[in-house]
Design a protein around this ligand. Structure first.
Ligand SMILES: NC(=O)C1=CN([C@@H]2O[C@H](COP(=O)(O)OP(=O)(O)OC[C@H]3O[C@@H](n4cnc5c(N)ncnc54)[C@H](OP(=O)(O)O)[C@@H]3O)[C@@H](O)[C@H]2O)C=CC1
Ligand SMILES: CC(=O)[C@@H](O)[C@H](O)COP(=O)(O)O
Ligand SMILES: [Mn+2]
Length: 384
């Protein structure tokens, strides 16, 4: 099947991997529009190679640079308006959402309103407003295809199964770079240490989230919405090798696991080809080299962010959006060396503590809660 797609976040880790997948199947995919932030070097090369009709960038200055180079052969838009235009481009039937953070929420909702299928990497969107996104997707008959490696694994394990036969979902976690560190050691880690993920090369924000295990917490909430699964049926298990990408346990005790080399191009390609598959010339898993696989329980005392995410998910309403927004701020402040690594969890806990939860929030409530949490997070961080 040939598809016309658009990409939000084309210059990032997932965006560039997606364009790799597209380039390896040129007869299958056309890229109608791409949205980037500030990385013009990469963006200009992508426009040259993929010739999208529409491009969005973060700034007017960036837009001028694109226009100077490509003239009227490409339409250029800016900011949130540009993201929405790319997400709703009329030629596309699928939008791959790979921006980082809750900035992906509005364009995703607008894409769904126009009946676009979504290949979703941008997990913060589902964390912030999973109830709105999944309801709209259902109403419009749109697929929400997981790109996140764990969710792609679960999606593949569930193929042809009935959700009522699922006993539990087991989301694997690498444990991040600090999985064997004590709290005293974690108090001293640097940004460089935290960016040194053991298995995956990813963008900075998600890499820090992997180090705090907040990434796994966000993924638990993501799994709740994608697979309509109660939190009591979603477990996390630490698997340092990142070879088993997640598992499903069924009522009869049978377990299905999806395995592979840690390369995001595989789940990206599956989201684009589902329910079929295409050849992929990506690095293969060699089981003889992998030799042995290890599993252990996550330590919620050393990594409380995972517990906060379960708490936020179970509380529901506006709380997941608040935790997500607080974490975006704290994660960014840590990367700017304004707070310490363990301050990330302190900010998240304090902002959740302060929040008066809104039940069954609409979009405006979610956006207000998100904005409130960002202010609260900065206030908390300043007082640490
Ligand atoms: N990387 C991975 O392997 C995985 C990532 N994910 C999820 O996918 C999403 C993307 O992650 P990743 O690719 O690592 O992130 P990156 O930081 O590598 O890329 C983010 C992309 O979003 C763009 N962007 C950021 N902010 C804005 C904005 N305000 N407006 C427009 N564009 C913006 C960036 O543009 P620019 O660089 O031009 O400024 C870049 O193209 C995240 O939600 C992450 O959690 C999920 C599973 C795995
Ligand atoms: C590749 C991917 O899906 C990431 O979300 C990855 O899972 C991060 O690794 P952690 O398991 O360390 O969070
Ligand atoms: Mn993941």
């Amino acid at each position: 099947m040939s598809r016309t797609i658009t990409i939000l976040g084309s210059t990032g880790s997932i965006g560039t991997s997606t364009l790799d997948v597209v380039a390896s199947h040129p007869d299958q995919y056309r890229v109608a529009a791409i949205a980037a932030g500030n990385n013009l070097d990469v963006l200009l090369k992508q426009i040259e190679q993929f010739r999208p009709e529409l491009v969005s960038v973060a700034t007017e200055e960036g837009a001028r640079a694109v226009q100077d180079r490509f003239g009227s052969s490409v339409e250029v838009m800016v900011g949130q308006e540009g993201l929405v235009a790319v997400a709703t481009h009329e030629a596309a039937d699928l939008v791959l959402t790979a921006v980082v953070g809750a900035v992906g929420l509005l364009p995703t909702l607008e894409a769904l309103k126009k009946g676009k299928h979504i290949a979703l990497a941008n997990k913060e969107t589902l964390v912030a407003a999973g109830h709105l996104v999944t309801a709209l997707a259902k109403e419009k008959g749109c697929d929400l295809l997981p790109v996140d490696s764990e969710h792609s694994a679960i999606f593949q394990c569930l193929n042809g199964e009935r959700l009522t036969d699922v006993e539990r979902i087991i989301v694997t976690a690498s444990g991040g770079p600090f999985r064997d560190k004590t709290r005293d050691e974690m108090a001293q880690v640097t940004v460089k240490d935290a960016l040194n993920h053991p298995n995956w090369a990813m963008g900075a924000k998600i890499t820090i989230d992997s180090a705090t295990l907040m990434n796994k917490g966000l993924e638990v909430i993501e799994a709740h919405w994608l697979f309509d699964m109660p939190y009591d049926k979603i477990d996390v298990i630490v698997h340092p090798e990142s070879i088993v990408h997640s598992l499903v346990e069924f009522a009869d005790g049978s377990m299905m696991a999806q395995m592979g080399a840690p390369d995001m191009r595989v789940p990206i390609q599956y989201a684009l080809t589902h329910p079929t598959r295409l050849p992929g010339s990506y690095k293969r898993l060699n089981l003889l080299e992998a030799n042995s696989l290890h599993f252990r329980a996550p330590d919620l005392d050393r990594f409380p962010c995972l517990r906060y995410a379960y708490d936020a998910g179970r509380i529901g309403g506006s709380m997941p959006a608040v935790l997500n927004a607080a974490n975006e701020v704290a994660n960014g402040m840590f990367r700017e060396e304004r707070i310490s690594f363990l301050d990330i969890e302190r900010v998240n806990a304090a902002v959740m503590e302060r929040h008066d939860v809104l039940t069954n929030p609409g979009l405006d409530d979610i956006l207000s809660a998100d904005a409130w949490a960002r202010i609260a997070a900065r206030e908390v961080a300043q007082k640490l």
